[in-house]
Design a protein around this ligand. Structure first.
Ligand code: SF4
Length: 451
């Protein structure tokens, strides 16, 4: 059975992903709405569309003719096969004579992450076998810039990994999931979360990835309940110095007892007006299409939305919002979730040369609710998204399946196809986000208020 560059890339992205794509229950897959719009490229669509031997022979004959560069070609040896963006001729002895070839990949970054790095190692490994020479680098090209990537140190471990990849492809080795941050947009996220929850996997704890999990297992701490029992002083210092183990153990306790754990109290601003604000951007033309704002004043709650149906309307939307803030005076607090909102405001005010005085006022009166979680209070949750936290507190979105990505897709349907229902749904989703902020703020002030 072939091992392709596609398998290698997937393996280094996540070995479970490689396993599940080939042998997992396909009906458990749920493609993320954002990813669904991209062209799907699979191992089978690559291998089915080519004759490996013929294509490899074509590449070798071009090499034998000493072509300066060979574009979009295929190379293979034994059961290893890879597509390469370009092979560049270099001065270096090989079985071709006084020259050899190096692989080059066109990418939008010059500093490749592990999957692309290892794809480069894989391709170079095949080239070494074909050309019978030592290869220590490959190239990444971004427009006119080229970066040489040194890979000599990777080959030893890579050969062991190839054995594992082969076993996974054959279905002889199943890899249990490490449920980490990047899983959130993976098509197997629900399946893996459920599988990890069933085994109380350590990676369910936010911040514990494959590396820490491995170390904990060597210490006999194999799952969440056993981590909940750990005495922090019994752990090696080199482990605890580099990560917040006080949080990990408390998080494990919270998950085991299903109780919230307060770490520290805080002071909330005492302004007369509270704004719960959420912005959403469009995936087209890079513009913000809504500033949603739930206002609470003297017990009354109102949802106000500032909209831009097109990029041209964005300035008008920001100006209206800025005027609205100006009319409030100084007696308000703007609650939001994560650092995205302040960054959006900064970008918008800069883009339209709006007064910095107003931007400073917004920043001065803003309060981010997100960092309070984990630092000041721990909930029995695996992840701390706005939705996870608000759902835990009993709040439900009108559409329980919708998330931030769905909202982008809904707005796009309005923007591209003028589907009014989609716009209404996207606004309703934004309004639910703002309500969720209010629920969370009230919960936190009850649980954590220092006064
Ligand atoms: S959800 Fe996470 S662990 Fe599961 S296959 Fe996807 S990336 Fe891997």
């Amino acid at each position: 059975m072939y091992i392709s560059h596609y398998d290698v890339r997937l393996f280094y992205k996540c070995p479970t992903l490689l396993y599940l794509n080939l042998h997992g229950p396909q009906d458990a897959k749920q493609i993320h709405p954002i990813i669904q719009r991209r062209k799907r490229y699979t191992r089978n669509s690559f291998l089915d569309s080519i004759n490996v031997e013929q294509e490899t022979q074509k590449t070798i004959s071009q090499m034998e003719k000493a072509k300066k560069s060979i574009n979009q070609c295929l190379i293979s040896t034994n059961n290893l096969v890879a597509k390469v963006d370009r092979l560049n001729k270099v001065d270096n002895n090989s079985n071709l004579g006084s020259y050899s070839y190096r692989a080059s990949f066109a990418r939008n970054t010059l500093t490749p992450k592990k999957p692309l790095l290892m794809e480069g190692v894989f391709v170079s490994y095949i080239l070494q076998k074909i050309l019978n020479t030592e290869i220590k680098e490959f190239y990444v090209q971004k427009q006119n810039d080229i970066q040489s990537i040194n890979i000599a140190e990777y080959f030893a471990d890579f050969e062991n990994d190839l054995v594992l990849i082969d076993e996974i492809i054959r279905g002889e080795k199943e890899i249990s999931p490490n449920y980490v941050r990047t899983c959130r947009v993976c098509e197997w996220r629900f399946y893996c979360k459920k599988t990890a929850a069933e085994s109380s996997d350590l990676t369910l704890i936010s911040g514990i990835g494959g590396r820490i999990k491995k170390k904990l297992i060597t210490l006999g701490i194999e799952d969440v309940p056993s981590l909940a029992q750990v005495d922090l002083n019994s752990l090696p210092k080199d482990l605890t110095n580099n990560a917040d183990f006080d949080f990990f153990v408390k998080q494990a306790k919270s998950l085991t007892t299903k109780e919230a754990i307060v770490r520290e109290s805080i002071k909330f601003p005492k302004n007369r007006i509270e704004l719960f604000v959420d912005l959403e951007g469009s995936s087209h033309h890079n513009f913000v299409w809504i500033i949603g704002c739930l206002m609470r004043k003297e017990g009354e709650v109102d949802y106000i939305s500032f909209l831009a149906n097109t990029p041209k309307e964005e300035k008008e939307m920001v100006v209206s919002f800025s005027d609205f803030i100006s009319d409030l005076g100084d007696d308000f607090t703007l609650y939001h979730w994560s650092s995205a909102e302040p960054q959006y405001f900064k970008n918008l005010f800069t883009k339209y040369s709006l007064p910095f005085k107003m931007l400073n006022k917004l920043h001065h009166n803003s309060f981010d609710l997100f960092p309070i979680f984990k630092r000041k209070i721990i909930l029995p949750l695996f992840t701390y998204t706005l939705k996870d936290v608000a759902n835990f507190l009993g709040f439900q979105w009108h559409d329980p399946l919708a998330d931030g990505a769905t909202s982008i897709v809904l707005f796009d349907k309005w923007y591209l196809e003028k589907d009014k229902k989609s716009l209404q749904k996207a606004i309703s989703y934004n309004s639910d986000d703002c309500k969720a902020l209010l629920i969370i703020k009230d919960y936190l002030s009850k649980k954590l208020s220092a006064d």
